[in-house]
Design a protein around this ligand. Structure first.
Ligand code: FE2
Length: 377
């Protein structure tokens, strides 16, 4: 067993009290067509309209649609004219995650703590106000062109942020049970994983909770390594992947080539009923990676007794893995934009706090079949 649990050692080493992070506030994507992207998240994934910023709100530079499902807030942003930083970002990366916003009590203190520990500034604390109150935000850079924005919203009652108006849409779709972001995975370059592990430890006070080496995550052809970072209250988990040497080009290499830099590889969203959620997503046109049916022939001998019916899981392609604390169910979408970069994971935890190590091989073989079709393996 190569997986290492580093919890105890790390917690002695790190003092996370300088950076109390309450949870994920929002995730902002820079996309080429925010209006259509918002429609996709509503129609295909069950999000609801929350807020809007654009020409109608006096914003002449970009347009943002904010959609929400339970605790998950996604912001879809596109430029309104050429030559903007947002437009250049879309040109370099295609659609992708720009901002992982962190919900804090004090965005000013968080910023200066991070900067004093070596973070690079994205922007200094600013106070934004409207009739609903005040929000203070500040920002730091992380891997690639991704940034973390600290959001202090304890004195705000508006729909989203100052500058946004409530988006009241007559078009409402049925939510599909997505509840919160379980983890967000970053792909970084060869030899860079430990640098970013150190960044999250030193700058944000995260702890390393797991580590996978290339023996854990490899198939006949490709390999990668990963370390999982978590904040103090455990609500934020950031696995960080780097490619490892293999006979063929790994999924991380393919990502880096098409994204043009390190960036967010997948967002795992939690549900309490994965069978219902995935059934709904499939009906709405979301495509998933498929493992061979033989995966299910030996499922129960691998994971022991589970509550779910194996045939239902097999029909949908849902994977199961068990650790010392319980089990989890998970499934991965195909990539969700033009470039083969970002995708979603749907996860239901039944006690397990791990990430599905037992499924890595079957999963990466499924990914390789997709890469083969794209000619990028
Ligand atoms: Fe994941």
């Amino acid at each position: 067993m190569k997986t290492k649990t580093l919890d105890n050692k790390a917690s002695k080493k790190n003092n996370t009290e300088f950076m109390p992070i309450l949870g994920t506030d929002y995730v902002e994507f820079y996309v080429s067509n925010s209006k259509q992207a918002a429609h996709f998240y509503k129609t295909a994934m069950g999000f609801q309209s929350l807020a809007y910023s654009g020409l109608e709100t006096g914003n002449k530079n970009f347009e943002s649609y904010v959609v929400v499902q339970d605790k998950i807030k996604l912001v879809l942003t596109s430029p309104l004219k050429s030559g903007t930083e947002i437009g250049k970002h879309v040109d370099r990366h295609g659609d992708g995650v720009k901002v992982i916003a962190l919900w804090v009590d004090d965005a000013t203190k968080s910023y200066f703590e991070a900067i004093s520990r070596g973070a690079k500034s994205f922007f200094e604390p600013i106070s934004e106000k409207d009739e609903s109150g005040e929000v203070i935000r500040s920002g730091i850079h992380t891997y690639g062109e991704v940034v973390h924005i600290f959001v202090e919203r304890k004195n705000y009652k508006g729909a989203f942020l100052p500058g946004y108006t409530a988006w009241n849409s007559d078009y409402k779709t049925t939510p599909i049970g997505l509840k919160y972001i379980d983890h967000m995975v970053g792909n970084v370059g060869l030899g860079e994983m430990n640098k970013w592990v150190k960044f999250y430890e030193e700058v944000l006070g995260f702890k390393q909770i797991l580590s996978f080496d290339d023996k854990d995550i490899s198939t006949e052809f490709t390999a990668l390594m990963s370390k999982v970072m978590s904040n103090g209250n455990g609500r934020i988990k950031f696995p960080i992947n780097e490619p490892a040497a293999g006979l063929k080009k790994s999924q991380v290499d393919e990502y880096l080539e098409f994204y043009g830099s390190p960036g967010v590889q997948h967002i795992a969203v939690a549900t309490d009923d994965i069978i219902q959620t995935v059934t709904n997503l499939k009906e709405r046109g979301i495509e998933f990676l498929q493992v061979p049916q033989s995966y299910y022939d030996t499922l129960l001998s691998r994971v022991g007794k589970i509550d779910e019916n194996v045939e239902s899981l097999a029909k949908l392609g849902i994977l199961v893995d068990r650790d010392e604390e319980g089990y989890l169910l998970q499934i991965f979408t195909k990539t969700v934009q033009a470039r083969p970069t970002m995708f979603f994971e749907i996860i239901q935890r039944k006690g397990a706090n791990s990430f599905g190590k037992g499924n890595f091989k079957a999963l990466f073989e499924a990914l390789e079949r997709e890469q083969e079709l794209r000619g990028t393996l």
